[in-house]
Design a protein around this ligand. Sequence first.
Ligand SMILES: Cc1cc2nc3c(=O)[nH]c(=O)nc-3n(C[C@H](O)[C@H](O)[C@H](O)COP(=O)(O)O)c2cc1C
Length: 152
Amino acid sequence: MHVLLAYASLSGNTREVARIVAARLGAHGHAVRCVDVDGAQAVEVGQQLDVLLLGCWTDNAGRTPTEMKQFVAALRDGPGLPPPPRVAVFGTGETQWGQEYYCGAAHRLARFFGSPHPVLEIEQMPHGDADTRSIHQWVDQVSAAIEILPPC
Ligand SMILES: Cc1cc2nc3c(=O)[nH]c(=O)nc-3n(C[C@H](O)[C@H](O)[C@H](O)COP(=O)(O)O)c2cc1C
């Protein structure tokens, strides 16, 4: 599958999760293009993708950061949004903002796209075996689900 992995990261936490996700997807044999939405041309990178993976940090009180909103809007107005089974979302956040807002942007994005996949939540920078295992398990689950979809 051709996977576009588009992430928004202010201070590097989500970028690091994206790096681990991309490596694991590659190990499953997927062709992964990993882009930072800040500066990415959605019209160009959004062409000919089978699956869209979004990674996002969360802004104030569970909000989606502006750069990710702009990327999604440009995708919608350009190449178009992929159907729900072809979209999966992960995010980083901090529980100190309150459980209802924790990784709120990732959950908002998953709801917006109607993604049937679980949302992966990582607290701040991924560290240690437990986070790596969570990321790998999530990728393995998403990979198994998308492998049965016909290529676009
Ligand atoms: C202004 C501001 C508001 C934040 N609000 C939330 C929030 O509502 N919920 C949450 O889970 N994390 C919140 N965070 C924490 C970040 O989402 C978290 O540190 C994330 O891992 C940053 O990812 P990045 O390093 O990829 O930018 C906030 C951080 C900042 C700077």
